[in-house]
Design a protein around this ligand. Structure first.
Ligand code: AMP
Length: 399
C-alpha cells in the first residue's frame, strides 16, 4: 500500500501564515473564455478550503493544454481565477507571471488565507523540460509543496516533480490522497470478483496496465479499437477496422495465457467509412472487407452487461467504439449505464480517463452512481500498471 503524507497530517501551527504551493489540475475545456466543464476545479475545493481555513497563503499552479512554451491568450488560466472566486466564495488573485520579482511581491502580500492562481505553467517551455533553474524558481515561492493533480503525477515536469525536490514538506492534497487509496486497493486487493473493461483506440498506451489487470482480474471485457487487434490475433476478419498490427503477437500471447478470462465482441456496428455511415449495419463476428467496426453490437452489449454484476470491483477505461458520434455510441452508453446499475446493486465501480468520463456524462450517469471517478486517465493506467508515478513517489511518506 502506498502511504503518503496528506495535507491534513501537517500540524495547524505549521500551516498558519506559511506559503503553500498547490499543484492542481485545472486542465479544463475553455472556449472563448468560457469554461464548459469545471469538474476538475470543483474537486480541488476541499484542499484549498482546508488550507485557507488553517490560515495558509495558497499559491495554485496548473497547466492548460499544450502551449509549448508560448503565451497563448486562449490558454490563459485567467477565466479559472474567476470561476474559483465563485466556487470558494472568496477573492482569488491572478498572477500573469509565474516566476520573478513581481510574483514574489504578490505572494508576500497575500493575507493569511489568501489564494492566488499563477498563469499557465506551460507558457514556459522549462515546465515540461523539468528545467532545474525553473523548478528552483518555482520552489522559491513557497514553504510547503502539495500535489493535488493526480492527472499529471505520471509526468516528471518542473511543477510535478522538479520543484518538489526542494521542499522538506511535500504532501498529497485530498484529491491525490483519494486516488492513491482507491488505486492502491485496486492494485493490491480488489474486492472479488474483479471485472475489468478496457476500450479505446490503442493497446500501446495501456499495455502496462493491461498486463497487470489481466493477471489480477477475473474477467476482462475488451471493446473499441483494442478489440480488433485481439480479434485479428484470433484470425477473425476485421475488415478495415483500426488495428495495431505490431501488437498482434502480444495479443496472441495474452490470449494463450488468459484466454478463458478475456471476452471479445461477438458482433459489431460497422460502416463503409466514417463519412459513409448510411451503410451502417450490424454484423456478426466477421466484418466484411472495406467495412470498419465502429461500435460493439447488441449481442455483445447484452453479454457484457450480464457480466457487470452487483458485487466485487469493476474498473472501466476507454470507450467501446467511436462514441463521439451518436451513430456509434450505444455500446459505450450501455456500459456506462451497466456500471451505474452495478453501483446501485453494491459493486465498487471505478472509471478513469477523460473519454470514459465524458461517455459517462453522455449516458446521463451521475457522479454519485460511480464509486470513484479517477481524474487522471494516463496516470491511473500507469499506476495500475505498477509504474512509479514521479509526482507521487517524490512526496513524503506518512510519518
Ligand atoms: P483511448 O484514448 O485510447 O482511450 O481512445 C479513445 C478514442 O478511441 C476515442 O476517441 C474513440 O473514438 C476511439 N475509438 C474507440 N473505438 C474505436 C473504433 N472502433 N474505431 C475508431 N476509433 C475508436
Amino acid at each position: 500500500m502506498i502511504n503518503k503524507a496528506v495535507v491534513s497530517d501537517i500540524p495547524d501551527d505549521e500551516l498558519k501564515g506559511k506559503k503553500v504551493f498547490v499543484r492542481v489540475d485545472f486542465n479544463v475545456p475553455i472556449k472563448d473564455g468560457r469554461i464548459s466543464e469545471d469538474y476538475r476545479i470543483r474537486r480541488t475545493v476541499p484542499t484549498i478550503d482546508y488550507l485557507v481555513e488553517k490560515g495558509a497563503k495558497v499559491i495554485l499552479g496548473s497547466h492548460l493544454g499544450r502551449p509549448k512554451g508560448r503565451d497563448l491568450p486562449g490558454l490563459s488560466l485567467r477565466p479559472i481565477a474567476f470561476r474559483l472566486t465563485e466556487l470558494l466564495g472568496r477573492d482569488v488573485k491572478f498572477s500573469p507571471k509565474i516566476i520573478g520579482k513581481d510574483v514574489h511581491y504578490e505572494v508576500d502580500n497575500l493575507n493569511n488565507g489568501g489564494v492566488m492562481l499563477l498563469e499557465n505553467l506551460r507558457f514556459h517551455i522549462e515546465e515540461r523540460n523539468n528545467d532545474e533553474e525553473f523548478a528552483k524558481e518555482l520552489a522559491s515561492l513557497a514553504d510547503i509543496y502539495v500535489n493535488d493533480a493526480f492527472g499529471t503525477s505520471h509526468r516528471a515536469h518542473a511543477s510535478t516533480y522538479g520543484m518538489a525536490l526542494h521542499f522538506e514538506k511535500k504532501v498529497a492534497g485530498f484529491v491525490v490522497n483519494k486516488e492513491i487509496m482507491f488505486m492502491s486497493s485496486m492494485l493490491m486487493n480488489p474486492l472479488k470478483p474483479y471485472v475489468v473493461i478496457v476500450g479505446g483506440a490503442k493497446i500501446k498506451d495501456k499495455i502496462g496496465a493491461m498486463k497487470n489487470l489481466m493477471e489480477k482480474a477475473d474477467k476482462v471485457l475488451l471493446g473499441g479499437g483494442i478489440a480488433y487487434t485481439f480479434l485479428k490475433a484470433k484470425d477473425v476478419p476485421i475488415g478495415n477496422s483500426i488495428c495495431e498490427d505490431e501488437m498482434v503477437p502480444w495479443a496472441k500471447e495474452a490470449l494463450e495465457k488468459y484466454g478463458e478470462k478475456i471476452f471479445l465482441p461477438v458482433d459489431h456496428v460497422v460502416a463503409e467509412s466514417f463519412e459513409n455511415r448510411k451503410t451502417s449495419i450490424v454484423v456478426d463476428n466477421e466484418i466484411p472487407d472495406d467495412y470498419h467496426g465502429f461500435d460493439i453490437g447488441p449481442k455483445t452489449m447484452t453479454k457484457y452487461s450480464s457480466l457487470i454484476k452487483g458485487n466485487g470491483t469493476i474498473f472501466w477505461n476507454g470507450p467501446m467504439g467511436l462514441f463521439e458520434d451518436s451513430d456509434f455510441s450505444s455500446g459505450t452508453t450501455q456500459i456506462a449505464r451497466s456500471m451505474a446499475l452495478a453501483t446501485w446493486r453494491g459493486a465498487t465501480t471505478v472509471i478513469g480517463g477523460g473519454d470514459t468520463i465524458s461517455a459517462m456524462r453522455n449516458a446521463e450517469v451521475l457522479d454519485l452512481e460511480i464509486t470513484h471517478i479517477s481524474t487522471g486517465g494516463g496516470a491511473s493506467l500507469e499506476f495500475l500498471g505498477g509504474s512509479d508515478l514521479p509526482g507521487i513517489t517524490v512526496l513524503n511518506d506518512k510519518n
